[in-house]
Design a binder for this molecule. Structure first.
Ligand code: ADQ
Length: 487
C-alpha cells in the first residue's frame, strides 16, 4: 500500500488574472515591481518559511497571469525575480474589453453581488470569456509538469480548472473564489449553457474553496441543479473523481498589522490622523464600488447626525475611498452622488470649526492606513455585499491596544467570523445610526472584551494558515479518495 505520509515534491503554479508584479520597461532596461497584495505574500510564505504541509516545493513559484504589456515589448525580457517566474498571458484590448470589463465586471461581479438589474447578459461577453480562459490555458500547457500543484484564483477563470483537467488528469488542481457565490435564484439568471459551462469548469478542480459556509451551500445547490450531482459531506463524486467543496475564510497577515502598532512611521501617522479638536473618530476605507455600500453608509451617518445631536462638534467621520474603475460611467455617477451627499451633509451640519466628514479619494501607503486604523475609535464597514472584506480584519489585527469598535455589515463574509462586532444591516439607516451611537458610547472594557475575542480568532487563522489549509486539502484529496473507497 502506498505510504501517504511521504513528503511529495513538486512546483506550485498560481493562476490569477494579474501577474504578481508590474513590468516597467524603459531605456535603462526592465524592472519588476512585486505587488504587496495579500495573495502574493500568502503564497510566498507557503513556498518559503511557513510551509506546514506534506509537500516540498521545488523551484520558484510559477505564476500565470495577464499583462498589459505586448509580446513584442517583453521579447527577450526575463520575467523572473527571486520568488516568482512569470508566464504572461497576452490579451488584445478588444478581447479584454469583452472578457474582463464585459463578462467579468459587467456581468459576474454585479450578478454575484446581488445587483442583477445592472448585470449585462451579452453573448459576445461569454464568447470572449471562453476565448480568454483558453488563452490562459495555452500559456500553461508547456509549463505544467507531472508533479505540479495548480492553484487557480477567482471569477475571471471559472472555465480553466476543467480545461486543465482534460489535458492533465493527474495534476492536483485547486480553485478559490474570492467573491460571493450567490443563491441559486440569482445564479439561475445566467443562460443555461453559461451556467453549465461555469459549473463544469469549476468542478474540474480537486478542491473548490469559498469564504463562507453559505457560499459553499449555494454552490453545492448549483451543482445539484445544473449537473444533477449531489454531495456527501462536501464531497462531490464526479465519475469516480472526488471534488471537495469547502469554506476557507481568507485572512490577513495578522502579525504584520499587529506589530505595525509600534512602528515609528505608524506612530507618526496615528498622531497625524487626528487633530486635538477631534474627540472621536470614525473611519471607513474601501475601493469605489457599488458593492461597498458607500452611499448607504453616508445615509446612516446622516441619520445619526440628525438624531444624536449631542455628538455634533465632537465626532468626525474620515471616509477614504480608493479610486477604482472610475473611467466607467456608472462608477463616475456613483462618485458624483457620493460627492454630493458628502457636500450636503457638510453644508447642513458643519461649523466653521467642525467638519462632520473628511472625505478623500485616493490610495494610502501601509503606514498611513494603519495610522488611521489605530487612531480611530470606530470602524464603519457597511458593504451591501462583500465576499469577505479584509479592511475589518486589518482593523482588528492592528489594534494592539485592544481598543476600538467595529461596526460591520451582515452582508460581508467576515461577519460570519466577527460576531463580537456591532452587526448592522447596511440598508437600514436607523440601524447604522444607532450602532454608531452605541459604538461611541461603549465602555473601554466592553471594547477590549470584543476586540480580544476577535483578535484571538484572527491570530489563529491568519492568511498563512489559510494558505496552508487550502493547500493541504489539495494534496490530501488522494487519501480521501482511498478512505471513501472510490478507487
Ligand atoms: P476587494 O473588493 O478589493 O477584494 P477587500 O477585501 O476589502 O476588498 O480588500 C481591499 C484591500 O485594499 C485591503 O487590503 C485594504 O487594506 C486595501 N485598501 C482599501 N482601501 C485602501 C486605501 N484607501 N488605501 C490603501 N489600501 C486600501 C476582493 C473581494 C473581497 C475579499 C478579497 C480577498 O471583493 O470580498 O475579501 O477579494 O479575497
Amino acid at each position: 500500500m502506498k505510504n501517504f505520509t511521504t513528503r511529495k515534491k513538486g512546483r506550485l503554479i498560481i493562476v490569477a488574472y494579474r501577474l504578481p508584479f508590474k513590468i516597467i520597461k524603459n531605456e535603462s532596461g526592465t524592472s519588476l515591481f512585486q505587488n504587496s497584495g495579500g495573495l502574493v505574500s500568502a503564497v510566498l510564505s507557503l513556498a518559503q518559511g511557513s510551509n506546514n504541509t506534506s509537500f516540498e516545493f521545488e523551484d520558484k513559484i510559477q505564476w500565470i497571469g495577464y499583462t498589459d504589456n505586448t509580446a513584442e515589448e517583453l521579447e527577450g525580457v526575463t520575467l523572473e525575480n527571486d520568488n516568482f517566474k512569470a508566464h504572461p498571458v497576452f490579451i488584445s484590448q478588444e478581447l479584454n474589453d469583452n472578457y474582463y470589463e464585459g463578462f467579468c465586471n459587467d456581468l459576474i461581479w454585479p450578478l454575484f453581488h446581488y445587483f442583477p438589474t445592472i448585470a449585462k447578459f451579452e453573448t459576445k461577453f461569454f464568447e470572449a470569456y471562453q476565448e480568454a480562459n483558453l488563452l490562459f490555458y495555452d500559456a500553461m500547457v508547456d509549463v505544467i509538469q507531472p508533479d505540479d500543484v495548480i492553484w487557480i484564483h477567482d471569477y475571471q477563470l471559472m472555465l480553466l480548472p476543467d480545461l486543465i483537467r482534460q489535458k492533465f488528469p493527474k495534476n492536483k488542481i485547486g480553485f478559490f473564489f474570492h467573491i460571493p457565490f450567490p443563491s441559486f435564484e440569482i445564479f439561475r439568471l445566467l443562460p443555461s449553457i453559461w451556467r453549465e459551462a461555469i459549473i463544469d469548469g469549476i468542478m474540474g478542480a480537486d478542491v473548490v474553496g469559498f469564504h463562507t459556509n453559505d457560499y459553499v451551500e449555494y454552490f453545492l445547490k448549483a451543482v445539484r441543479m445544473v449537473i444533477g450531482q449531489g454531495n456527501r459531506m462536501h464531497y462531490v463524486n464526479l465519475n469516480n473523481r472526488l471534488v471537495k467543496v469547502d469554506a476557507f475564510p481568507i485572512s490577513i497577515d495578522y502579525k504584520k498589522f499587529n506589530d505595525a502598532f509600534d512602528d515609528p512611521l505608524v506612530i507618526k501617522a496615528r498622531h497625524d490622523a487626528r487633530t486635538p479638536l477631534m474627540e472621536k473618530v470614525i473611519f471607513s476605507v474601501d475601493r469605489l464600488d457599488y458593492s461597498k455600500g458607500l452611499l448607504n453608509r453616508l445615509k446612516g451617518y446622516e441619520r445619526f447626525l440628525e438624531q444624536y445631536e449631542e455628538w455634533h462638534g465632537r465626532v468626525s467621520f474620515v471616509m477614504m475611498v480608493v479610486p477604482s474603475r472610475d473611467q466607467i460611467e456608472q462608477y463616475q455617477q456613483m462618485k458624483s452622488e457620493i460627492d454630493q451627499t458628502v457636500g450636503r451633509i457638510g453644508a447642513q451640519y458643519g461649523k466653521i470649526n467642525w467638519q462632520p466628514i473628511i472625505y478623500q479619494y485616493r490610495s494610502m501607503p501601509f503606514e498611513e492606513l494603519v495610522g488611521l486604523y489605530t487612531a480611530s475609535d470606530v470602524a464603519l464597514i457597511t458593504p451591501v455585499r462583500d465576499g469577505m472584506n479584509l479592511v475589518c480584519k486589518e482593523y482588528v489585527a492592528s489594534r494592539k491596544d485592544e481598543q476600538g469598535v467595529l461596526i460591520l455589515s451582515e452582508m460581508a463574509g467576515a461577519a460570519a467570523e466577527l460576531g463580537e462586532a456591532l452587526i448592522i444591516n447596511p440598508t437600514d439607516s436607523q440601524d447604522i445610526a444607532d450602532a454608531i451611537n452605541k459604538a461611541l458610547e461603549m465602555e473601554p472594557e466592553d471594547q477590549r472584551k470584543r476586540m480580544v475575542a476577535m483578535q484571538q480568532r484572527l491570530r489563529e487563522y491568519d492568511v498563512f494558515a489559510w494558505t496552508n489549509d487550502f493547500f493541504t486539502q489539495m494534496i490530501m484529496i488522494d487519501q480521501e479518495h482511498k478512505r471513501l473507497k472510490l478507487d
